[in-house]
Design a protein around this ligand. Structure first.
Ligand SMILES: *[C@@H]1O[C@H](CO)[C@@H](O)[C@H](O)[C@H]1NC(C)=O
Length: 319
């Protein structure tokens, strides 16, 4: 079969996550539990925000959209890693590999912009409270979310158009647990130095830039709060430290994957787990465990919502 441009590779080989049966079993349990947790928790957040009108504010709408993207990001790799754990040869077809790379970058790009949008939302709420309602209205929120998806698409397409046309004719061992641009383009049988630079600039420098921008904004917010009163500071510090944790956890693997020139297997494994398994479950955990409004909304939903829905579907009169 020919993929165009004289290429002959029709499938790629991924690395195996664990050699021993015990480790395979452990990772199977670990990934499965976390993946179920990611699905349930993120769907729960989206459901709570959509159905409770008390939460129809920019902060929670952004959060629900982040949950959607977390779910998507984790679904690009985790189900495949789980099903590959016990199979002998980790083969992925050319098309699946391309599709996986594309969606990792769409979702990753959207997540990056959403994190910036959430920082901007907190900045306005904390540093410009008098202007918050005029600046961060629902229209602005929709605009930010639309921008996130457009930027995510551009980010993914601008790398994908180069890679999809590369000829692959030689070795097909990706040397990673999933397909991603920096590893796959090294397998092409043409010189890819320029393309490697495109990927480093488009994924590496952008994630590094976003990371430092986010950290700087959070420090700026904290400094502003500090000038006002120390009681506000401790409250804001809790909210912001949650955001900062997510930002550090999400971006450290990104920066290493795209900028560090010497990939190592154990570090790659650790980073894949952090970005696709840990961060997507962390967002819901942080926002539900530490956020009063979310907890109140959940209790309200579980008390009234479910009962009301049941009545509606059963056709019985509501008491
Ligand atoms: C994402 O944002 C849009 C636009 O503001 C909103 O209508 C939608 O409900 C949000 N998505 C989720 C899953 O909450």
């Amino acid at each position: 079969m020919d993929q165009g441009n004289g290429s002959v590779v029709i499938e790629f080989v991924l690395l195996e996550l664990a050699q021993s049966l015990g480790m395979q079993f452990f990772l199977f349990l670990f990934f499965s539990l976390f993946y179920v947790g990611i699905i349930l928790a993120n769907i729960f957040i989206m459901f709570t925000v959509i159905f409770d009108y008390h939460l129809h504010s920019p902060m929670y709408i952004l959060l629900a959209n982040l949950s959607l993207v977390d779910l998507g990001l984790s679904s690009t790799t985790v189900p495949r890693m789980i099903s590959d754990l016990f199979s002998d040869c980790k083969i992925i077809s050319f098309h699946s590999c391309m599709i996986q790379m594309f969606f990792i970058h769409v979702m990753g790009g959207v997540e990056m912009v959403l994190l910036v949008a959430m920082a901007y939302d907190r900045y306005t709420a904390i540093c410009k409270p008098l202007h918050y309602l005029t600046v961060m209205n629902l229209k602005m929120c929709m605009l930010l979310i639309a921008a996130a998806w457009i930027i995510g698409m551009i980010h993914a397409v601008s790398q994908f158009v180069f890679v999809i046309n590369l000829p692959f004719c030689g070795p097909n061992n990706v040397g990673s647990f999933y397909c991603d641009f920096p590893r796959v383009i090294k397998l092409a049988c043409v010189d890819t130095y320029r393309l490697q630079f495109v990927v480093i600039a488009n994924s590496g420098f952008i994630s590094m830039g976003t990371f430092f921008f986010l950290i700087a904004s959070y420090i700026f917010i904290l400094v502003t709060v500090r000038q006002h009163s120390s009681k506000d500071l401790s409250k804001a510090f809790f909210t912001l430290s949650a955001h900062i944790t997510v930002v550090v956890l999400f971006f450290t693997p990104c920066m290493f994957l795209y900028l560090w020139p010497f990939p190592t297997k154990s570090l790659d494994k650790f980073f894949a787990i952090v970005d696709f398994v840990v961060t997507p479950v962390l967002n819901p955990a942080i926002y539900t465990l530490r956020n009063r409004d979310m907890q109140v909304a959940m209790r309200r939903l579980s008390r009234q919502g479910v009962r009301r829905e049941l009545y509606r579907y059963s056709g019985l009169p509501e008491r």
